[in-house]
Design a protein around this ligand. Structure first.
Ligand code: FES
Length: 147
């Protein structure tokens, strides 16, 4: 069966859905996952890198979520940290992803940020805001994350 004939058998609606699955952006019309939360203030905590909570920081590209902060061991093996609260609409969905050398990404509307928090894109035509990043201090196996 040829493609045209196949689409005809499905009907116009199904054919449109198959042909143009993301006309308005795949996730924009769906209910976003995550919650809108307040940006944390006074961030200052320590992670024991030998503890089980830090297991995902053993490998480059790994990250953990703690106190609304994404703590990352980037692809070069350096520790970095940024807010889990997106600078776009405050959803708590910022994560570290292995794209373009490692970036922060929020899947609610697709905001992307450099590791220093600089926005890489605009998601709704407005100027994108910087993602908050935190200081890191490594003393032995103790990793301090603070403002
Ligand atoms: S809330 Fe993160 S991209 Fe919109």
């Amino acid at each position: 069966m040829e493609r045209k004939q196949f689409l005809k058998t499905l009907g116009a609606g199904a054919a449109f859905a198959l042909t143009f699955p993301c006309v308005h952006g795949c996730s924009k019309d769906e209910a976003p996952t995550g919650n809108i939360v307040e940006e944390p203030t006074g961030v200052d905590f320590t992670i024991d890198l030998t503890s089980s909570e830090a297991a995902n920081l053993a490998s480059n590209g790994g990250f953990i979520l703690k106190n609304l902060v994404v703590v990352v061991k980037n692809l070069e093996g350096e520790y970095i940290a940024a807010s889990q609260v997106c600078s776009h609409q405050a959803y708590d969905q910022v994560r570290f992803v292995n794209q373009d050398g490692g970036i922060f990404y929020c899947d609610v509307h697709g905001s992307r940020f450099e590791q220093n928090g600089t926005p890489l894109n605009q998601v709704d035509g407005n100027p994108a805001k910087v993602l908050k990043v935190y200081n890191i201090e490594l003393t032995g196996d103790m990793l301090r994350v603070f403002e």
